[in-house]
Design a protein around this ligand. Structure first.
Ligand SMILES: [Zn+2]
Length: 119
């Protein structure tokens, strides 16, 4: 018995995991590309509250950045806009995680197939 067969998960277990992942993908809301960044800043006025101890920084200022045709596109958002987009951006992150899990299962299937090369 080779190490390859001893690590075998079994096609039924693989299929159960695949079905679970694809069910979660099917239930996922729309995935918005990009990421949300929160910034709090200090201004140039030394008398301002942002220079106090403890400092009360300005903001939060939100930016949503994403790649469009290999260029970074940035949009400034208010807090309400950022709150509305956050769940859609979370969907996108979760979708990437689930896709990676599916790829891991596919690699396992290839690994378990003696007619395929060890990946
Ligand atoms: Zn300030």
């Amino acid at each position: 018995m080779t190490s390859r067969t001893s690590r075998r998960v079994g096609p039924a277990a693989l299929e159960r995991r695949r079905a679970k992942i694809t069910a979660e993908i099917a239930a996922l809301g729309l995935p918005l590309p990009g990421s949300l960044v929160e910034r709090r800043t200090r201004c140039g006025n030394t008398g301002c509250r942002c220079h106090a101890d403890p400092p009360q920084l300005h903001g939060p200022y939100w930016t949503w950045t994403r790649k469009v045709d290999n260029k970074t596109v940035t949009r400034t958002l208010d807090t309400a806009q950022a709150d509305a987009l956050q769940p859609l951006l979370d969907n996108s992150r979760r979708l990437r995680e689930l896709t990676t899990e599916l790829e891991t299962l596919a690699l396992q299937q290839v690994k378990d197939d003696p007619t395929q090369p060890d990946p």
